[in-house]
Design a protein around this ligand. Structure first.
Ligand code: CP
Ligand code: NVA
Length: 327
């Protein structure tokens, strides 16, 4: 398997075998880190991390993974570069390619990162766009494999805003890996028709399937994984909260849906999560709408079935695998 020089923009660009290879490499790197064995085979290299939106996990995962591989990082926050405001995407790509060995980008439209990659002569890695979050997918696949000993055949139900980066990415990852994916939500929040069609075509070969349903009982029955994400994503206007809460409140992950899932079911979330009122936004929503828990209830989030913090740790091992493989 040779992924040297490849960009990592979305899982649609990778074969099932390539994705499996990255997950396996990540598992090996995790094992090595646990034994305190480090391979600084990329010593002397430099990478740049462009964040046009906030981040805890993705930024920290890239920085620590780079460090473990012997590399240096430059972090560019949303206001401290010329990107997009004073310098075009194409010009930025050519400038940074001359200085760095790899470029991480978190931003808005997928078209921006695709353009960045088209003009870059070094690998570009997607740290989240509105449409896709591919490094999160590798962490989730590793977590699922650790939990169940396999990925193929797993039944994963996603509840909430399934037309944004997490819903789209989980559907693509499922299609590629033979997972039975269900988007269980208000039909207004089903993923884009064209992407659904593409994923169904891919799933024919992997043995997976794609189901879209508004029926909570049917959609969660026997699921191995119940997955959700915030109802309002970064970059969306705060004015959408009211309608989002009305539309998605019935699709909250709570103890009823967990009880309807498989007895071995796990709860997953990419994080950050609104499961209490201990955040500024969480408190604000509580004051305005009287809702103390949003996409997941606190009891499910804190339950033994919740693997969210292992998922978060796995971001680092999988991002390290992506950099290892592509540099
Ligand atoms: N899951 C995730 O991408 O988290 P951050 O926004 O903290 O990077
Ligand atoms: N849908 C969320 C994912 C965060 C990791 C967002 O885009 O804000």
């Amino acid at each position: 398997m040779n992924l040297k020089g490849r960009h990592f923009l979305k899982l649609l660009d990778f074969s099932t075998a390539e994705i499996e290879y990255l997950v396996t490499l990540a598992a090996e790197l995790k094992e090595m880190k646990q034994q305190r064995i480090f391979s600084d085979q990329h010593r002397g290299k430099n990478i740049v991390l462009i964040f046009e939106k906030a981040s805890t996990r993705t930024r920290c995962a890239f920085e620590v993974a780079a460090n473990d591989l012997g590399m240096h990082t430059t972090y560019l926050d949303p206001s401290s570069s010329q990107f997009g405001t004073k310098e075009s995407v194409a010009d930025t790509a050519r400038v940074l390619s001359g200085i760095y060995d790899g470029i991480e980008y978190r931003g808005y439209g997928q078209d921006l990162i695709e353009e960045l990659a088209a003009y870059s002569s070094v690998p570009v890695w997607n740290g989240l766009t509105n449409e896709f979050h591919p490094t999160q997918m590798l962490a989730d696949l590793l977590t699922i494999r650790e939990q169940f000993g396999r990925i193929k055949g797993i039944r994963l139900t996603y509840m909430g805003d399934a037309r944004y980066n997490m819903g789209n990415s989980l559907m693509v990852a499922s299609a590629k890996m033979g997972i039975h994916f269900t988007a269980c939500t208000n039909a207004e929040y089903f993923p884009d028709d064209e992407l659904v069609k593409k994923c169904r075509e891919i799933a024919v070969y992997s043995g997976g399937s794609i189901t879209l349903t508004e029926d909570i009982v049917a959609g969660t029955a026997g699921a191995d994984v119940l997955y959700t994400d915030v109802w309002v994503s970064m970059g969306e206007d705060a004015s959408v909260w009211k309608k989002r809460i009305e539309d998605l409140r019935p699709y909250q992950v709570n103890s009823d849906v967990m009880a309807n899932a498989s007895s071995e079911a796990i709860f997953m979330h990419c994080l950050p999560s609104f499961h209490d009122t201990k955040t500024v936004i969480g408190r604000d929503v509580f004051e305005k709408f009287g809702l103390a828990e949003m996409e997941v209830t606190d009891d499910v989030f804190e339950s033994a079935q919740s693997v969210v913090f292992r998922q978060a740790e796995n971001r680092m091992h999988t991002i390290k695998a992506v950099m290892m493989a592509t540099l």
